[in-house]
Write a protein that binds this ligand. Structure first.
Ligand code: DOR
Ligand code: ZN
Length: 424
């Protein structure tokens, strides 16, 4: 692998500097040889490679919607050098063998590090604990466990899971959305608009009541809880309450919940169907505030590709989920950086350092310093473009950002010293 010399990048507070990528790590730029490939980073910001705590890769089982190869290609284009691959594949990642299979696929096909998430319950059925210990002690070294796509509604199972993962420093990532508070056909936020559109809704409290229970279970068990895709102001209140009491809880927000609202639903376009659902403006405001003040710790994409034949249905019948890897940083720039709510160092924390720490990834989210793994994302803070969904690396086209004018920040991504994406 040739050396790469990146010149003149803005190193977040440390001023402009050069970076030398050699044999997968950062080396002293003064030792760059004449053969080193040069990358002019004048005017670009250097971020540690981004880490996504919440990606659906669909392999094994739904390779028509996404594969490890295509999903991690999308990740690389979005500036990510690692993704946590959610367990709701077919078969479900609920055994050591299944976790090792996903990790092996990642090593063979990945354009980013692929870290399997293990299921909390067997088959995501919410009844019996999966093989948490075996997954943790397997070669895949699973640390994050989630039934994502399904809420763990059984309080006793949740308590058991939290107790169990303490032994190996694991974390339970909850998809907080209590189905018992909604009808079987709920497909959007319950409120004035759902009434007008005639669509059955999810009340905001279907999320916050689960989080209120879970933070208390985390306190009781002295274990680690992570709350997936926080979407309501009420959940933010609960998180503030729990953090003030020292509960070991972290939380993520998805880019779509930072910018899109129930307004998108007026045309019944199933692209905007997602779980948890898009919410009215006041929730979006609360989520931005929470991400700015750290109540919400990280941004995670919930990249959820779906094949056309699953998505192109009447709104109530369409599969929930939307693409997110390629546009996540753009949306954070638009909603948080350009309005002055977050600086670049805080973006690095919320999209790289802290997610890596939550997942206990030792080689990701590290400083851009000598000897560290050369995971690097170069960002142009000024570029903008109209998103072209057809140009996506994803196999799916359920892209809520298609046709929208957004920042276009990612110029290059290097994973372990190798370019996984270069803007042409
Ligand atoms: O909208 C969603 N889609 N939410 C989830 O939690 C799961 C995801 C999926 O797997 O499609
Ligand atoms: Zn989820």
């Amino acid at each position: 692998m040739p050396d790469v010399l990146v010149t003149g990048a803005d190193l977040l507070g440390a001023g402009r500097a050069d970076l030398l990528l050699r044999d997968g790590r950062f080396a002293d730029p003064a030792t760059a040889g004449p053969d080193a490939e040069r990358v002019d980073a004048d005017g670009l910001v250097a971020l540690p490679g981004l880490v996504d705590l919440h990606t659906h890769l669909r392999e094994p089982g739904r390779e028509d919607a996404e594969t490890v190869a295509t999903g991690t290609d999308a990740a690389a284009r979005g500036g990510f050098t690692a993704v946590l691959a959610m367990a709701n594949t077919n078969p479900v990642t609920d055994t050591a063998e299944a976790a090792e299979h996903v990790a092996a696929l990642g090593r063979r096909e990945g354009h980013a590090q692929v870290v399997p998430v293990g299921a909390i319950s067997k088959g995501l059925a919410g009844a019996e604990l999966a093989e948490l210990g075996l997954m943790a002690r397997s070669a895949a070294g699973v640390r994050v466990f989630s039934d994502d796509g399904h809420c763990v509604t059984d309080a006793r199972l949740m308590r058991r899971a939290l107790e169990y993962v303490r032994a190996f420093d694991g974390v339970i990532a909850q998809h907080a959305q209590d189905p018992r508070l909604a009808g079987p056909d709920a497909c959007c936020h319950e409120g004035e608009l759902s009434g007008r559109l005639g669509l059955p809704g999810w009340p905001a409290v279907a999320e916050s009541t689960v989080v209120a229970r879970d933070v208390q279970l985390a306190q009781l068990t002295r274990s680690r809880l992570h709350v997936c895709h926080v979407s309501t102001a009420e959940t933010v209140d609960v998180l503030r309450w729990a953090k003030a009491r020292g509960v070991d809880v972290t939380a993520e927000v998805a880019p779509h919940h930072l910018l899109l609202t129930t307004d998108e639903l007026a045309g019944y376009d199933p692209t905007y169907k997602v779980n948890p659902p898009l919410r009215p403006d006041e929730h979006v405001v609360a989520l931005r505030d929470a991400l700015a003040d750290g109540t919400v710790d990280v941004v995670a994409t919930d990249h959820a590709p779906h094949a056309r034949h699953d998505k192109e249905h009447a709104f109530a019948d369409a599969a929930p989920g939307m693409l997110g890897l390629e546009t996540a940083l753009a949306v954070v720039l638009e909603t948080m950086v350009l309005p002055g709510r977050l600086g670049w160092a805080e973006v690095a924390a919320r999209m790289s350092t802290v997610p890596a720490r939550i997942a206990r990834l030792s080689g990701q989210g590290r400083p851009l310093a000598l000897g560290e793994p050369a995971n690097l994302t170069l960002v142009d803070p000024a570029a903008r473009a109209v998103v072209d969904g057809a140009a996506s690396a994803s196999l799916s086209r359920n892209n809520p950002w298609h046709g929208r004018d957004l920042p276009d920040p990612v110029v290059a991504t290097f994973w372990a010293g190798r370019a996984t994406y270069r803007r042409t």
